[in-house]
Design a protein around this ligand. Structure first.
Ligand SMILES: Nc1ncnc2c1ncn2[C@@H]1O[C@H](COP(=O)(O)OP(=O)(O)OP(=O)(O)O)[C@@H](O)[C@H]1O
Ligand SMILES: [Mg+2]
Length: 252
């Protein structure tokens, strides 16, 4: 059984086919990266997988289950988490508070139990906090634990955005341009975090990325998209050297 499969996935917005008959599979434990010029359909593909958009055609299979018609919340519940191309953290809340929001799906209690503050609620709160603390330990965020997001540099916020996604305990993590807006030093640090998450936490990673040095460093395989269509799939070097890929980037 393959870990994750996208089969003939397609979405149309009016006359535009933003994702056009895309098929690929992920092996458990790999880092798989999607590249392509602006507007190629990369974020749209993530929006289909995380079920913010509904596919016009095709299937998404996760660990043998057809998840194409599940809700976004159910997808998160299956262990698929994501980050956004533009950081979406609560600016006026602390790092810890933002991470506790990320844990929400693990809550099994009912609202009336919250009101009564049952033992179960207290136990869950302790478990949530422990998971957030562990993620902060792994990504070395403890020093920013109680700092308001708005007061932190952009590079740190990008790591917190990844941390928040990790707090739901995913087995598949979708990262949309983890290096965007980062300088060379911060991009190198992000590459290390991605490898750490992949190898130490054993999370399979599906990433969209423009920085080719980062792509080459962390990716097991790469898929290039253009105008919603698959151009090439293979190792980073194979895809970057593919004539269609070179032409697409020169054209862009
Ligand atoms: N909700 C939507 N309604 C209409 N068109 C959309 C919608 N979402 C995306 N598109 C269009 O789909 C195409 C692909 O957009 P997408 O954001 O997936 O590109 P991308 O590969 O992520 O680009 P970038 O590298 O700039 O982030 C674009 O032409 C975009 O305008
Ligand atoms: Mg995008």
């Amino acid at each position: 059984m393959t870990f994750f499969d996208v089969k003939n996935l397609t979405v149309k917005f009016g006359g535009l086919t933003a994702v056009d008959d895309v098929s690929f599979g992920l092996n458990e434990g790999e880092v798989f990266t999607i590249i392509g010029p602006n507007g190629a359909g990369k974020t749209t593909l993530f929006n289909l997988i995380s079920r913010l958009y509904t596919p016009s055609a095709g299937q998404i299979i996760f660990r043998g289950e057809d998840v194409t018609r599940l809700s976004a919340q159910q997808i998160a519940g299956r262990g698929i988490a994501r980050t956004f191309q533009n950081i979406e953290l609560f600016e006026s809340a602390s790092t810890l508070q933002n991470l506790l929001v990320g844990r929400h799906r693990h809550s099994t209690t009912r609202p009336w139990q919250d009101i009564l503050r049952t033992k179960k609620v207290r136990e869950e709160e302790v478990a949530h906090r422990r998971a957030a603390e562990e993620v902060m330990d792994v990504l070395r965020l403890q020093r920013y634990r109680d700092t308001t997001i708005g007061a932190l540099p952009y590079g740190v916020r990008k790591v917190i955005e990844v941390a928040r996604a990790l707090c739901v305990g995913p087995t598949l993590l979708l990262l949309d341009e983890p290096s965007s807006g980062l300088n060379v030093e911060e991009t190198n640090a992000m590459a290390e975090w991605i490898l750490e998450i992949n190898r130490r936490l054993r999370v399979t990673v599906l990433m969209v990325e423009h920085d080719m040095s980062l792509v080459s460093r962390v990716s097991d395989r790469v898929l290039a998209l253009n105008y919603g269509k698959m151009m090439a799939i293979g190792t980073s070097a194979e895809v970057q050297g593919h004539p269609d890929v070179i032409a697409a980037y020169l054209g862009a």
